[in-house]
Design a protein around this ligand. Structure first.
Ligand SMILES: [Zn+2]
Length: 197
């Protein structure tokens, strides 16, 4: 039976995620903690090692790309990892209640949500709010050299990480007192690698 290792600190949690990502890139996954025994163990409660705020994109599933198992990751996903009050509340829950030491903000290459924000075309319905949420990253990178979409994606990950501690007193306080780290990262759809920004 694979039980969960002890809860790491921020750097230890990040190291575990990056080690899992290296296994995933090499297709040498351990598929840890995915047994019925683990499911039973978790009936007593969860102690995830990290919260991950990522895009809803079907090609970016955190448990797979970090080779983690049941009870390892507390995941919040929205299109373009756009933040609203419920997203802030969800990350606060992971930090304040579950005591995760790490919040990883994970953007990715070819993000459709950021692409829509870069485009001049309006979006119908509630999707218009996505453009508003992602607009700051597009504006911040408008004059930059290189690929406008990739520039905006990387800027949006960094801005989202800042937004978490700036807009949440709970998260800001946890960062200030070094109880957590909020780390921006970028996933390459082609290689499967996660790069810290
Ligand atoms: Zn995306």
């Amino acid at each position: 039976m694979q039980t969960s290792p002890p809860l790491p600190d921020s750097d230890g949690a990040l190291a575990r995620l990056l080690a899992g990502n290296r296994r995933y890139i090499a297709m040498r996954q351990l598929h840890p903690r995915q047994t019925s025994e683990q499911r039973q163990t978790l009936l007593e409660g969860q102690n995830p090692i990290a919260a991950v705020l990522s895009c809803s994109d079907s090609r970016v599933p955190s448990e797979l790309i970090f080779d983690q198992g049941l009870g390892d990751l507390f995941i919040v996903r929205t299109a373009g990892h756009a933040v609203n009050e419920v997203v802030l509340a969800s990350v606060e829950f992971a930090v304040h209640v579950l005591k995760v030491p790490l919040v990883l903000v994970l953007g990715h290459a070819q993000c459709g949500a950021v692409s829509a924000a870069v485009s001049d075309k309006p979006l119908p319905g509630h999707m218009a709010s996505l453009k508003t949420a992602l607009r700051p990253a597009v504006d911040a990178t408008m004059d930059h050299a290189g690929d406008p979409l990739d520039n905006a994606i990387r800027a949006h990950v960094r801005l989202t990480a800042e937004q978490l501690w700036a807009e949440s007193a709970i998260l800001g306080d946890a960062v200030a007192h070094e109880r957590i780290k909020i780390t921006p990262a970028y996933y390459d759809l082609n290689t499967g690698s996660v790069e810290l920004l």
